[in-house]
Design a binder for this molecule. Structure first.
Ligand SMILES: *Cc1c(COP(=O)(O)O)cnc(C)c1O
Length: 363
């Protein structure tokens, strides 16, 4: 058997007819950027997250950097962020000239709220919370710290569409929630797409203006903005997938419950779920001290896997200028050396799951 870490066409074929009908509808409509599909998607996705507003954008990275730009966080300001995130989170901060201040993660791979306060200085302006792998972070503690120190909170929800903490959806806790709809995300488009959600009317309005060259009315430009528009085709296709999110979430949950039950707990560190949090299983991430050996072994059996992420941002070449060394963040680095994401995708067959479990356990 040959099982790739991800197989995106399966998720397309599940609703092939609906996707194709929508694509044709948009193609025939004569309107391709920022139109009816986008505004309908914005309304529906705002509802889905329990926020007042959603503004569609061109990518998850755009959502992040535009969020900090609109909050006025830039040169010289510090933003707290977990060390073990995808590098895009960090770029969302540094594109604006702000400085990322890394915080070690907890055992759930999310920001360790108990380590936040020691990192706060008089330049700290915000916390960027990444709900990594699909599990909601400890928002109760994080929001307490933010309130105590008057910090803004931005949520990176690129991996956590629909995840909840104490019943409340990711993206709705802080000032702005940032989403990516990159094809491999749980709510994926068929190209690049992103969005912000917020309960703040002013922020929503400003992002709307900013994404379209700073213009509210065509050719009347209020601010120097950018082009980060969501197109009609992606918005329409996202609306189709959004209608099925509950059943899609359930499907991944069933696969991961099987992994949790059947994988050898002596051999691998399996994911744990925080009390009060839900996990929407963007990734199923295990840890092994013999990770690299495991990757090679699985490859020989025809099983793909991915490391999220092999090089933590503080050790990447891109951020060498921050001056960190190996050993600066031991927990983050330990995770980078031992994490592995197992195959997980919509439409993954029972026999494919069994095959992964069997060979994993024989390692
Ligand atoms: C995917 C991802 C992003 C970036 O989203 P793009 O749409 O690829 O720009 C940001 N943060 C996290 C945690 C992600 O997983």
């Amino acid at each position: 058997m040959n099982i790739m870490a991800n197989t995106l066409d399966r998720g397309y074929f599940m609703y092939q007819k609906e996707f194709e009908e929508k694509a044709l509808e948009v193609l025939r409509s004569g309107w391709y950027v920022l139109g009816r599909e986008v505004s309908s998607f914005e309304t529906e996705f705002a509802d889905y997250t329990g926020c007042r507003h959603c503004v569609g954008l061109a990518s998850g990275l755009d959502a992040l950097w535009i969020a900090f730009r609109i909050l006025g966080i830039g040169s010289g300001d510090e933003v707290l962020v977990q060390g073990n995130t995808y590098i895009a989170s960090v770029m969302g901060i540094t594109i604006n000239g702000a400085v990322p201040v890394f915080v070690e993660p907890d055992e759930f791979y999310n920001l360790d709220a108990s380590r936040l306060e020691e990192k706060i200085t008089d330049r700290t302006k915000a916390i960027l919370v990444v709900h990594l792998y699909g599990q909601a972070s400890n928002m109760e503690e994080i929001m307490k710290v933010a309130r105590r120190h008057n910090l803004r909170v931005v949520e990176d929800c690129a991996q956590s569409h629909g995840a909840k903490f104490h019943g409340q959806k990711a993206g709705s806790f802080g000032d702005i929630g940032c989403f990516s709809f990159y094809p491999s995300k749980n709510l994926g488009a068929f190209g690049d797409a992103g969005a912000i959600v917020t309960n703040d009317d002013r922020i929503a309005e400003e992002v709307k203006i900013f994404r379209n060259y700073g213009s509210e009315k065509r050719y009347y430009n209020k601010v120097v903005g950018t082009n980060s528009r969501l197109d009609e085709l992606q918005a329409g296709l996202l609306r189709v997938r959004l209608r099925h999110m509950d059943e899609l979430e359930q499907q991944k949950r069933e696969i991961c419950e099987r992994y949790l039950k059947e994988l050898d707990k002596e051999k691998f560190v399996l994911p744990r779920i925080r009390k009060g949090a839900t996990h929407i299983w963007h990734q199923f991430v295990i840890r092994s001290d013999r990770r690299d050996e495991l990757v090679e072994y699985l490859k020989k059996k025809g099983i793909g896997s991915i490391i999220h992420y092999p090089i933590p941002p503080h050790l990447s070449e891109a951020y060498r200028y921050l001056g960190f060394r190996k050993g600066s963040f031991p927990i983050t680095e330990k995770y980078a050396e031992s994490v592995l994401s197992l195959p997980l995708y919509y439409g993954m067959k029972k026999e494919e799951q069994s095959y992964v479990i069997e060979w994993m356990n024989r390692f």
